[in-house]
Design a protein around this ligand. Structure first.
Ligand code: UTP
Length: 235
């Protein structure tokens, strides 16, 4: 298994600091957030970590350069998460960890690897429970037990099939790259990872795993402050 960390986004919700500092490099104590995610990938057993960056985010490269298990690929245009993942195409199971999503309190990725083993190596998507009134902000799971039947992007409360949301971690077979290559742009004109996974669901089983930790989205200032508090409380 190899890990892919997409970190090529524009970070518009965190301007102006993201003009010079990638949001993924904001400090959580003495470490950049991205290093905590790299640590999580290693703890899960990834033997190579591919970080997807873009022009202007070379600080990431400078920081991690020389670490033998890490390599970098560029996403030249920000065409969405699915497109970013495709730039890192590998011929192995892919553990995808969003570069601006921290999980405090557990090693989500490591636990997902165990869950996948329990399901014969099937795909596993890391999830969190969200308050009913907030389902319209997330990708929401339609489940049969823990098997994923479908995923609905940002549903209205009355249409949400559950309160279980996609939460920044995916363990997917190499076959996902085939679906990404033929994926047409979706919401916002972007190549969405969720759309490719939905197509995969018609041919392969995938399972949702609600990890015990708390996801912190550091893609905006409020989320970042919350992450700092959560880490302080946890350390
Ligand atoms: P986000 O949508 O949260 O990041 O993507 P963004 O595009 O930087 O956000 P805003 O809206 O401009 O503030 C989640 C993760 O996927 C990466 C981001 O870097 C982030 O870590 N991403 C997103 C890419 O690598 N490429 C993309 O085209 C989009």
């Amino acid at each position: 298994m190899k890990a892919i960390i997409p970190a090529a986004g524009l970070g518009t919700r965190f301007l102006p600091v993201t003009r010079v500092v990638p949001k993924e490099m904001l400090p959580i104590g003495a470490k950049p957030a991205l290093e905590l995610i790299v640590d999580e990938a290693r703890a899960a057993g990834a033997d190579e970590i591919v970080i997807v960056i873009s022009e202007g985010k070379e600080l990431i490269r400078r920081y991690f350069e020389g670490q033998g298990d890490i390599r970098f690929v560029y996403q030249k245009e920000q065409k969405g998460l699915g497109h970013a993942v495709l730039q890192a195409e590998i011929d192995d199971d892919a553990l995808i960890l969003l570069g601006d999503a921290l999980v405090v309190g557990c090693c989500a990725a490591k636990e997902m690897v165990e869950v996948s083993k329990g399901h014969g190596g099937a795909a596993v998507i890391g999830c969190e429970r969200v308050p009913k009134e907030k389902v319209s902000r997330y990708g929401i799971m339609k489940l049969d037990g823990d098997r994923i039947v479908d995923m609905v992007e940002k549903p209205a409360i009355e249409e949400a099939p559950s309160d279980i949301a996609v939460a920044g971690r995916y363990l997917l077979p190499a076959a996902i790259f085939g679906y990404l290559k033929t994926q047409t742009p979706g919401k916002g004109g972007e190549i969405q990872l969720t759309d490719a996974i939905r197509r995969m669901l018609s041919e392969r089983d995938a399972y949702a795993y609600v990890y015990p930790g708390k996801r912190q989205d550091i893609g905006n200032p409020d989320g970042y402050f919350a992450a700092l508090e959560a880490y302080r409380g946890n350390s």
